[in-house]
Design a protein around this ligand. Structure first.
Ligand SMILES: [Zn+2]
Ligand SMILES: [Zn+2]
Length: 441
């Protein structure tokens, strides 16, 4: 397997003398398997130069497998300039998460409407197919590809590509699930010591990978003022990769405000941290033109998913019960979930919620932790004590992001734990991930 970076910048293309080394183009990585299959991770502006190299004279028909983590601009903006799509006989199979506010085709066609671009998507002569993914194991371009939801204010998936005895994991546009990484009292640095179930799942997804490509847009100093924007710090990423036994770690999605000197400094600090942790981890900041050929291993362990394939959320009517004693918050959440086409009911107290659950079982409960009278933990206790609601999925909302409260939530059996303040896109992405996991296809 050969991996080449064509775009390493996050958020917006940033050309200029200050970014000459690490590059100014937005996310795009080319993966070529030993059999010659082509997988393209994200279609930021970097895909323009990749397209040019693919179209070099003497090369045959191009069959690209495009894997989009999500459809924010910096990950799709290069697609209209993916010139192989302008040639009959070529093909592009485009994969991406469902739930991007329309089908993949609709979203990509939107940015190519006549008012934005001279050629419409449907006019492209190449054969283009669209594949919506949730979590699970897929066969794409001769590779075994596992997908898992990331934490970002949009439906976003990470990819684990297993081919040629190599595991490559692409986790771009992801934010830590919790401020606290480790459980108190547990020895830090091990996956089983990770506090938040989401972070633990994230670490397991990259476990033993030969190469992890990860969003590391911020420094720990910058992060507090950019919380909920959906990106990681190098510190979080190095600690996670070290715990997960990753061999090589490429930090990417560099902040548009960071010039080469700043990114080089992040690289130095990330390496020093890996050294300090005693991890045999080769960390570097990805740059345009960087090429890696991870060496295959005989003992590469294929990733095992909880379920082979999660259900499509789009194809079923899900019932969600929202429980919060703050009328404004309740109304805001209900409106946001209704806009996602779920059937939503609401309760303003714990006892009311229990009565409504008795009357009709929802697929998911979005439950506030701190409520007057019966609080969220008391409701959880009731639900878990009854056989018919023992396994009812619950997403807990809370202003308490301390280690003890987070642990109490997971110990009580919540599926996800979302701390306030959150943004609505972030919450709806987390609700979608929970619903996809509530049942296997
Ligand atoms: Zn991005
Ligand atoms: Zn994004």
């Amino acid at each position: 397997m050969r991996v080449r970076f064509w775009g390493t910048r996050g958020s917006i293309a940033t050309p200029g003398p200050g970014t000459n080394h690490f590059g100014g183009n937005t996310s795009c990585v080319e993966v070529t398997t030993a059999a010659g299959d082509l997988l393209i991770l994200d279609c930021g502006t970097g895909v323009h130069a990749l397209a040019k190299s693919l179209m070099a004279p003497g090369k045959g028909a191009i069959h690209a497998n495009i894997l989009l983590g999500h459809t924010h601009w910096d990950h799709i903006q290069g697609f209209p300039f993916f010139t192989p799509a302008f040639v009959k006989g070529n093909s592009a199979a485009i994969h991406g998460p469902e739930g991007s506010g329309g089908s993949l085709h609709e979203v990509l066609a939107g940015q190519m409407e006549y008012r934005y671009f001279p050629v419409e998507l449907n006019q492209l002569p190449a054969t283009i197919t669209y594949h919506s993914l949730t979590e699970g194991i897929h066969a794409i371009g001769g590779a075994r590809v596992a997908t898992q939801f990331l934490n970002h204010p949009a439906a976003t998936i990470g990819y684990r590509i297993e081919a040629d005895g190599v595991a490559l994991v692409y986790l771009v546009d992801h934010e830590p699930f919790s401020d606290e990484l480790w459980r108190a009292g547990a020895e830090p640095g091990r996956i089983d010591a990770i506090l938040h179930e989401g972070d633990r799942r994230h670490a397991l997804f990259m476990a033993d990978a030969d190469l992890v490509i990860h969003d590391a847009q911020y420094t720990p100093e910058e992060y507090p003022s950019r919380k909920n924007w959906g990106h990681s710090t190098y510190d979080y990423v190095v600690r996670m990769a070290a715990a997960a036994g990753v061999r090589q770690l490429a930090l990417t999605h560099h902040d548009p405000g960071h010039d080469d000197a700043f990114v080089a400094d992040i690289e130095r600090k990330a390496r020093a941290l890996a050294l300090e942790l005693g991890a045999p981890l080769d960390v570097f900041c990805a740059f345009e033109g960087c090429e890696i050929a991870p060496s295959p291993r005989a003992g590469m362990k294929p990733f095992v998913a909880a379920a082979a394939r999660q259900a499509s959320v789009a194809q079923r009517q899900f019932h969600v019960l929202v429980v919060d004693d703050q009328p404004d918050t309740l109304a805001l959440i209900v409106r946001a979930l209704e806009a996602e086409h779920y059937q939503v009911r609401q309760a303003a107290s714990g006892p009311e919620a229990l009565r409504m659950i008795d009357a009709s079982m929802p697929d998911l409960v979005v439950l506030d932790y701190r409520m007057t009278g019966m609080d969220g933990m008391a409701v959880m206790g009731e639900l878990r004590a009854r056989p018919e609601t023992r396994d009812l999925p619950v997403l807990m909302l809370t202003a308490m992001n301390d280690e003890r409260s987070t642990r109490a939530g997971f110990d009580a059996g919540v599926m996800d734990y979302v701390t306030k303040p959150f943004s609505i896109p972030q919450l709806t992405a987390r609700v979608r991930a929970c619903l996809a996991r509530t049942q296997s296809a």
